[in-house]
Design a protein around this ligand. Structure first.
Ligand code: MUC
Ligand code: MG
Length: 395
């Protein structure tokens, strides 16, 4: 019989819940300019207002998270102002003094303190994983089941609306071996103008994969008329063509289209993912922390989507390196992420909010491997771009 001799397990760092107690939860509103105008069907941005959350534990560990929006409350209901107010007023008070490693219990407490407000909750949960991971010397991905993937092909979004500029930008990305898959934001102009723009892009970028995001900009009639033209052009994927709340018609649009249709704004909660999956409202699901409300829930959404036969896409909301790292921690643990990811956010900002930790190389983004989220936040830079000082609650 084989006898296994017990080896003493090192007792430091340890799961000492007193040391892991949440001492402070703080927020900072940071104005981060983008390198160019980013135009969607329903908003145009030149900068992002990012709510950075900082959680400080009794042991001194500091964790960071990011609350993201696009164009104030235009992409979804939450705005930077509402995210900050929700965290300061409703979420922080139910967390202070509790052990940060009880992720499930804290998520429950947050869901009782506030309905939806998913971007605010996701920002806080990211900071908890960062702080606990740093305390234990473990990457957040390890706390979520452990890494399967080291990195992913990363998509770049073309969204200036000026096709000559977009061709030049895409060629630059190709030459630098940064991106060879492109998501074109359409739905702001008339469909015939977008189809002409796409025709130019497809001709100028042979061998590149091109997908489109309509951001709810088309009617069902426009889908019926124009999706065949997208198919003709070889567009690989169509994201959220019609208004988010109309999942019934998304079922019809999906069934008619030979190009896969991805649901984005139409499925936030995991129950909405299940409903979409059951009925066939999209055959691809875009995963986003701001939709799921946290890392654990995004992982559950991925499981539910996959169980309904949906393909998975690693979505973003133009997060900085902080939010990108939080997404990658989850994505790296998923069995399959069929469409890779689009976390180009750190590079659409004129300057990222992190000083190190994320690498873009050979058309890929590498998943950080350090403790917590594995990135080093540039505190000095974020303070220099902040609207006021850190605000927060403490024990
Ligand atoms: C969205 O709707 O997908 C993500 C990339 C991008 O360009 O816009 C965002 C939001
Ligand atoms: Mg989208």
């Amino acid at each position: 019989m084989n006898v296994v001799k017990a080896v003493k397990v090192p007792d430091r760092p340890s799961l000492n819940e007193k040391a892991l107690r949440i001492a402070r939860v703080e927020t900072l509103s940071v104005n981060a300019p983008t390198i160019r105008a980013h135009k969607l069907s329903n908003t145009e941005i030149h900068h992002k207002t990012i709510i950075v959350v900082r959680v400080i534990l009794a042991n001194g560990a500091v964790g960071y998270g990011e609350g993201s929006t696009l164009g104030g409350p235009r992409w979804a209901e939450e705005s930077p102002e509402s995210i900050r107010a929700c965290i300061d007023t409703y979420l922080a008070p139910v967390l202070i003094g509790r052990p940060a490693n009880r992720f499930e219990a804290l998520a429950l407490a947050m869901s009782k303190a506030a309905t939806r407000n998913t971007a605010a909750k996701a920002a806080v949960e990211s900071a908890l994983y960062d702080a606990v991971g740093k305390s234990l010397g473990l990457p957040a991905a390890q706390l979520l089941g452990g890494r399967i993937h080291d990195g992913f092909e990363v998509i770049w979004a073309l969204a200036s609306g000026d096709v000559d500029q977009e061709i030049e930008e895409a060629r630059g990305k190709l030459a630098a071996r940064e991106h060879r898959r492109f998501k074109v934001k359409i739905g702001l102009a008339e469909p015939h103008a977008d189809v002409s723009r796409l025709t130019r892009l497809v001709e100028a970028l042979p061998d590149c994969q091109i997908i489109v995001d309509i951001n709810q900009g088309w009617t069902v009639a426009q889908c019926n008329r124009w999706i065949p033209a997208l198919e003709e052009l070889g567009i690989a994927l169509i994201e959220q063509p019609i208004v988010a709340r109309d999942r019934q018609n998304l079922v019809r649009v999906t069934a008619r289209s030979r190009v896969p249709v991805m649901i984005d704004e139409g499925a936030f909660a995991t129950s909405e993912v299940a409903a979409a999956g059951c009925r066939g409202a999209g055959t691809v699901l875009s995963l986003k922390l701001v939709k799921s409300g946290g890392l654990m829930e995004m992982k559950r959404a991925a499981g539910v989507g996959a169980a309904h036969g949906m393909e998975l896409y690693g979505g973003c909301l133009l997060e900085s390196g902080i939010g990108a790292a939080a997404h990658l921690a989850v994505f790296s643990t998923l069995p399959v992420l069929h469409w890779g990811t689009e976390h180009f956010g750190p590079k659409i900002l004129s300057r990222d909010l992190i000083a190190s930790g994320l690498t873009f190389r050979d058309f890929r983004i590498e998943c950080p491997i350090g403790p917590g989220l594995g990135v080093e936040v540039d505190e000095r830079y974020i303070l220099s771009m902040a609207d006021g000082a850190w605000r927060g609650s403490a024990i």
